[in-house]
Design a protein around this ligand. Structure first.
Ligand code: DC
Length: 231
């Protein structure tokens, strides 16, 4: 059967990765978490003292980009590919609130974006890929057969993120998580290069009051329809 490309975009903590992983497992496709790539570059910048609460040495980060190698290695037990920075597994570290607090600044740098988009193109060139992010349907794969745009209220999303962070054992305050969600929404949708916008041909799903299973059913039916029409 012919394989398609599935692009899933939306604001932070809209459940993009949960849906993307579920679709990838169901259809036997590769899941790529493009946000993990921006988070990994951010972690590198933090490790090298290039970014903190007050400063961001953008030029130095640009000059370091050639030293940053990002790879994904499938973890059978987890059922998805974990992200590696220069050969070191950073899957857990990149999910911290500290990385979340800096990532939008790093993701606004055009040189960072073009390096990561090039790698994303390569990962999706054979189709059979589900990629989630902010610019997948607009910039990375404008010809994707299925584009989904997920939304949910900021409160709902912050609650989900707060619960995830608590589960990891992170000591965070709900108000800080909500502030981070709102700040990232603003920066991600107002940056000059590839801002978060819904592609004209994307299907919008507001999942504020939906279960993960309901959402999966909707998306799965859309994929089935496309696959059927290609027979
Ligand atoms: O999906 P996420 O929350 O892990 O993404 C982290 C950040 O990376 C997000 O605030 C914006 C940025 N990002 C982006 O600019 N483009 C993408 N394709 C994916 C993520």
């Amino acid at each position: 059967m012919k394989k398609i490309t599935i692009a899933i975009d939306g604001f932070s903590s809209t459940g993009k990765s949960t849906l993307a992983k579920h679709l990838a497992n169901h259809f036997g496709y590769t899941y790529v978490d493009s946000g993990a790539m921006y988070r990994t570059v951010t972690l590198y910048a933090m490790q090298h003292g290039l970014i903190d609460e007050n400063n961001f040495d953008k030029e130095k980060l640009i000059s370091h980009l050639k030293n940053i190698e990002i790879s994904f290695i499938f973890n059978k037990a987890l059922g998805f590919a974990e992200v590696y920075l220069n050969g070191v597994n950073v899957e857990n570290e990149i999910r911290s609130l500290e990385v979340s607090n800096h990532v939008s600044k790093v993701a606004a740098v055009s040189e960072v974006r073009s390096k990561l988009v090039e790698q994303q193109h390569k990962m999706g060139k054979n189709k059979g890929v589900v990629m989630d992010g902010r610019d997948i349907g607009t910039v990375v794969f404008p010809d994707a057969e299925l584009k989904l745009f997920l939304t949910a209220s900021a409160e709902t999303r912050a609650k989900r993120r707060f619960n995830e962070l608590k589960k990891r054992g992170d000591n965070v305050l709900f108000e800080d998580v909500l502030k981070n969600v709102e700040e990232r929404d603003y920066i991600d949708s107002h940056r000059k290069d590839s801002p978060l916008v819904k592609a004209d041909d994307a299907k919008e799903i507001d999942n504020s009051n939906m279960t993960k299973e309901d959402q999966f059913e909707i998306a799965k039916n859309l994929v089935d329809k496309i696959l059927e029409s290609q027979k």
